[in-house]
Design a protein around this ligand. Structure first.
Ligand code: MLT
Length: 261
């Protein structure tokens, strides 16, 4: 499905019936990364999964795509669909957006799931790497980004199928979207000060072999959040939802099914 939101065309999935669950994807993928979760949730939940600005079938206007802008796009989508509140699920960049969504649209947040993500802003070195990668995307295209990123996104034992899926999703994106998100992530603020005030239920999920946002990072995140539960996913790296979908879905459904939605 498509909608015109905040001046751009956004493609999204809106599948199933029940309490709303908003899925915010990782960089540099698309809503398709959530396919295993959409299938697992659709019988009991209304699953709303946008291609974020710059990715998948959505428009890629000039960047940078600030996390605030991406959060406002997601809020506009909920408003467009007449959904007052949702459980906000974000993986990695999706988590950065979830923090911005909380700051800007907390009345729309029933609960939060933070997977393979961190609250902190980038270091100076991290910001410099983002700019290098943005230029790499602009000069050599998404394939160069896929080559550089895939080894770090998954566990060492990830299957060829998972790696192929990632390459297909990454290379379906254009350089403008990739560069826009990189520069937006580089500009994001530290969400650490917000954590003690997040007073909705939170589930933190991390792949045990996540090298980008490791389990120690998830432990710090969960410890700073009042009322958070932490679940570790064995045999998964950074993209725990794709690498171990059954374990990820079990953790997600156990959390969702206990919420007073
Ligand atoms: C992601 O998976 O969304 C990215 O690894 C996030 C990041 O680069 O910080």
């Amino acid at each position: 499905m498509e909608a015109n939101l905040n001046g751009i065309r956004v493609r999204f999935d809106d599948i199933g019936r029940g309490p709303a669950v908003l899925l915010l994807h990782a960089f540099p993928l698309s809503a398709e990364m959530w396919q295993p979760q959409i299938e697992a949730l659709r019988d009991r939940y209304r699953v709303i999964a946008p291609d974020l600005r710059g990715f998948g079938g959505s428009d890629a206007p000039p960047g940078p795509y600030l996390m605030d802008t991406l959060a406002d796009d997601a809020a506009a989508l909920l408003e467009h669909l007449g959904v007052p509140r949702a459980v906000v699920v974000g993986l990695s960049m999706g988590g950065y957006i979830a923090f911005a969504f909380w700051r800007r649209h907390r009345d729309k947040v029933a609960a939060i799931v933070l997977a393979d993500t961190r609250a902190g802003a980038d270091s100076d070195e991290g910001r410099a790497t983002r700019e290098t990668n943005a230029r790499l995307a602009e000069e050599q295209g998404a394939g160069a980004i896929a080559d550089k990123m895939i080894p770090n996104l998954v566990a060492a034992g990830a299957t060829p199928e998972v790696r192929d899926t990632l390459r297909r999703l990454i290379t379906a994106n254009g350089p403008d979207g990739i560069a826009g998100a990189l520069r937006g992530m580089a500009a994001r603020v530290d969400s650490g000060p917000d954590l003690p005030g997040i007073d909705v239920p939170v589930l933190v999920i991390v792949g045990e072999e996540d090298g980008l946002t490791p389990p120690a990072e998830a432990e710090r995140l969960a410890a700073a959040l009042p009322g958070a539960t932490l679940r570790r996913i064995a045999g998964a790296g950074h993209l725990s939802n794709l690498e171990q979908p059954e374990a990820f879905n079990a953790a997600l459904l156990e959390f969702l099914d206990r919420l007073p939605l």
